[in-house]
Design a binder for this molecule. Structure first.
Ligand code: AGP
Length: 607
């Protein structure tokens, strides 16, 4: 949610900043801007819209080797030019970009006004730069101006700040991620690691309360209490550099087709086929923790939440202990009861989702043990938990999550076998699951060779007023995921229900020609799901049926799409793929921006 990129070095800053923004654009794309310091003056260029729009208003050259850049996802203040970052102090001596929310900005605004300064826009961010300007004008050093301002502020921030009269870039973090990249004679700052990988592998993850004072060849870090700290330099994983589009038309397309390989990465070295068990070293789960855990709680938002719901069912099936999934954004506010012996799993692709971070903090505060199921290495959730499993999808850049979903499901499956084997799961059953899981990447590849009549499904969906998605058991969260994908990409209202619930309300929506997507793999619930299908058909609905190859129910769909057969507990890994393709193709058919759907952002870093 909002992307920040900053540079101080010897190269021309503009192309470095624009490339950084391009790679961060998925975090928000309401408006974009840069501020570049050429030693004498700071020039600002900004525009409403995407990085592409910014490029069209930029002069071919802007001198300067130091600058800051921002891509915005609007929170406070409309999507307008004046609300676009960077923001400048009243005297133009400070320019700042901000990610996060300043909760007490109204009272800070009054303070700014009392100094005779009027804000030009409506953002919460702008008050910060004016307060810093007031401090600087009063004789403070840049560091003091930032520290004193942040002392007054309540809320969350990732900040990158330029000063006209100082050869320095100051960054601050509280609740919104910032990572410093160390080059040779140059420094970078970014909201997430992959734009840095083009320049350096040496990075420092800032912690909440940290302030970083960057020059071309030095980095000083202090805590919010002003204590100096030795930054811990981490080496970025190679996989973060592979985030280019390549030959694919869109990131979503690329990421859908990367799923078999991503799945292999997730599974490799983490299963013990002989023992029929998972082997998740990073979970650091002691035998007694697993044996004594009274229950498992899983947390996540959106797609991560649906993957967690599948994990929940697999844990109950394999370990026979109660498991419950919570929507992270609801969890903390409901004053949850935390059992220190229970196992909590925080599921997140980005590891930066504010709602899930809050839930993790609440669990930790109350003495619970929480494990991350996260994609982005070194992200806030991964570091807060300090234990867990990386799902190893590689960078996911499309706002619509695809390969992270299947890898979350795979990682939770492995966890379920590990927990299950300490309890009720037999070696033979564990082996059976693991063998099928290892075949899943290959089965996905074979589905891609014959993806079925996706275009026919698109023809049914593209003009629909609304679409109903149905599934039972493990297929209910798959139906929810399919509905979320179509809704966020094609802007068609979609409703997902466990198939048995359809007759308790949603059936009222059906009329002649209403499209209904039904996920019905060959499991013990298939016959019951088929009853729902017949109830829909009796009301004139058109059925898009996702089923397993060779199943005679194929004839029940107006459009039937077959996926390869797999163990009934692993069907979500395959049934979700046609739903991803349907959403992608429908959005394309309707001329929507597939990778950058309106109003959304990849990492939702505000609560
Ligand atoms: C998925 O397509 C969505 N864009 C969204 O629901 C996403 O899954 C959610 O915001 C959670 O993100 P996370 O996995 O990074 O925590």
């Amino acid at each position: 949610m909002c992307g920040i990129f900053g540079y101080i070095g010897t190269r021309s800053a503009l192309p470095v900043l624009v490339e950084g923004l391009r790679r961060l654009e998925y975090r928000g794309y309401d408006s974009t801007g840069v501020a570049i310091h050429d030693g004498d003056q700071i020039s600002v260029h900004k525009t409403v819209g995407k990085v592409q729009n910014l490029q069209s208003v930029l002069p071919s050259e802007v001198p300067g080797t130091m600058g800051i850049a921002h891509t915005r996802w609007a929170t406070h203040g409309g999507v307008t030019f004046v609300n676009t970052h960077p923001h400048a102090s009243h005297d133009g001596k400070i320019h700042l970009v901000h990610n996060g929310i300043i909760e007490n900005f109204r009272s800070l605004h009054r303070r700014v006004k009392a100094h005779g300064i009027e804000c030009v826009g409506e953002t919460d961010s702008e008050v910060l730069v004016h307060l810093m300007g007031i401090e600087l004008a009063g004789g403070a050093t840049p560091q003091e101006a930032v520290e004193r301002t942040l002392h007054l502020a309540r809320g969350t921030w990732g900040l990158s700040i330029l000063f006209l009269d100082h050869d320095v870039l100051i960054c601050a973090r509280n609740g919104s991620p910032l990572i410093i990249g160390q080059g040779d004679g140059e420094m970078f700052v970014s909201s997430d690691p992959h734009p840095l990988s083009a320049h350096t592998q040496r990075v420092v993850y800032m912690e909440d309360g940290d302030l970083a004072i960057l020059t071309r060849d030095s980095m000083k870090m202090v805590t919010h209490k002003g204590h100096s700290i030795d930054p811990t330099v981490t080496v970025l994983e190679d996989s973060w550099s592979e985030s280019d589009l390549g030959d694919s038309p869109h990131f979503m397309h690329k990421e859908i087709y990367e799923q078999p390989e991503a799945l292999r990465h997730c599974i490799a070295g983490r299963v013990d086929r002989e023992m029929g068990s998972g082997r998740l070293g990073g979970m650091r789960l002691g035998h007694s923790t697993m044996v004594q855990a009274p229950h498992v709680r899983l947390l996540g938002c959106g797609t991560a939440n649906f993957a967690a719901e599948i994990g929940q069912m697999l844990i109950e099936k394999m370990a026979r202990i109660p498991a419950v999934t919570h929507i992270s954004s609801e969890f903390r506010n409901n004053d949850p009861v935390i059992n220190p012996k229970a196992i909590y799993l925080a599921v997140s692709q980005s590891g930066e989702t504010a709602d899930t971070i809050s839930a993790v903090k609440e669990i930790k505060l109350k003495g619970g043990q929480v494990f991350g199921v996260v994609n982005v290495v070194g992200s806030t959730i991964a570091r807060l938990c300090g234990q867990g499993v990386y799902i190893h999808s590689g960078p996911e850049q499309s706002v619509a999550s695809t390969k992270a979903f299947t890898n979350m499901v795979a990682a939770l499956t492995i966890f379920a076998t590990q927990l299950g084997r300490t309890r009720h799961l037999s070696k033979a059953k564990g082996r059976e699951i693991i063998e099928h899981l290892q075949q899943a990447p290959h089965l996905m590849e074979s589905y891609f060779e014959n993806p079925g009549p996706i275009d026919e499904a698109v023809a049914l969906l593209a003009e629909a007023k609304s679409v109903l998605f149905l599934g039972r058991g493990l297929s209910a969260p798959v139906a929810k995921e399919g509905a979320l994908k179509l809704m966020e990409l094609a802007y068609i209202p979609c409703l997902a229900y466990p198939a048995g619930e359809m007759k308790h309300g949603p059936i009222a929506l059906l009329e002649e020609g209403s499209p209904v997507v039904i996920v019905a793999p060959n499991d013990h619930l298939k016959e019951k799901t088929l009853s729902a299908l017949h109830e829909c058909r009796a009301r004139g609905a058109k059925i898009i049926l996702i089923h397993e190859e060779g199943d005679t129910i194929a004839s029940e769909g107006d459009v039937s799409i077959a996926v390869p057969r797999i163990h009934p507990w692993l069907t979500p890994l395959l049934t979700v793929v046609p739903l991803q393709l349907i959403a992608y193709s429908t959005a394309l058919h309707l001329g929507k921006d597939v990778d950058r759907p309106r109003n959304l952002a990849k990492s939702v870093t505000v609560e």
